[in-house]
Write a protein that binds this ligand. Sequence first.
Ligand code: MN3
Length: 390
Amino acid sequence: MKKVLIMGSTGSIGTQALEIIRNNSAGFSVAGLTCRSRVDDLIVQIREFAPEAVCVGKAEDAEKVQALFPDLDVYYGEDGLVQIASMDCDIVLNSLLGISGLAPTYEAISRGRDIALANKETLVTGGRLITDLCREKGVRLLPVDSEHSAIFQCLEGNKDRQVRRILLTASGGPFRGRSYESMKGVTVEQALAHPNWSMGSKITIDSATMMNKGLEVIEAKWLFDVPAERIDIHVHPQSIVHSMVEFMDGSVMAQMGRPDMKIPIGLALNYPDRLELLPDFSEEGRETDGSLDLFAAGSLTFEKPDRKVFRCIDLAYRALAEGGSAPVVMNGANEELVAMFLAGKIGFLDIPETIERVMDAYPHSEPSNVEEILAIDKEARRMARSGGEK
Ligand code: MN3
């Protein structure tokens, strides 16, 4: 029986993880759950899964939950996330939003817990810190991001074989094929209409700007220790091939499957074994037995990303090359600007353009701990709010 702490349990990844646990109750128990603001959803989850501890965003929500469940350990806020991350469990699923995932992940690794990582910003901002600590503590970092789960699976059985290249696939998002100018007036609703994946709003906007793929390049660098120049983005609109690895002899391994996040979530939670995932009735009411239907998928196509249009890709490669504070600055500015776009305060193209200004203006530094990374993030957000000015 694996005891699982799910951080971000009311979001898209969290609810799918709980569905897996519900269907495999002999293999898993829920140690803890956290949410930021969907407290009513959390209360339903507490009733069903009976965790020992929970964490919510605000003090008044913590009081509300404590009154309903007097024996439950209830935490709140950013400090609460770090406290619950230190609880006794076998694995922590981190599906928190943005950089809020960094400090609790660091804490959980310090305690020797394995990590199922859905929160890429943890590695984007704290890549060296987190991977060094994992090595020191003998902790497994199991990717939940579908592309990284694919790469991880392609590398299994190929330990110590030299990798020539990672072929990181991308759906291309809702604006694939568009010109830069034509994206000027796109609405929040258009940007949220992702063709293949149903995800939270932050990552969906990141997919529309393709910053998501930039963040994934950085994530892949840290997870698999492959330099950026050997990570090639392949736009693959069908989202059937989830990524590939090319070895030194030219052999390419690919991992394929339906675009269903339960596959990488299930593998990370149950690693090294696979789970029998139950039939999925969610796909447009279409009944499937869980098998990939390549006849229905038809052609699988691949194209180069248009880096002149999707400028966030180059910003991410630049951040990786500069290192130190640069990925933290880029990520912080992006998180802030995506929130501003979702709130209707800025236009879509203000996202890449302002990130670039913030990166240009921010003085380089080499953060050496979580506190320094969080301070850089805060300053980058402030600069992003003022349009990129120092
Ligand atoms: Mn992904």
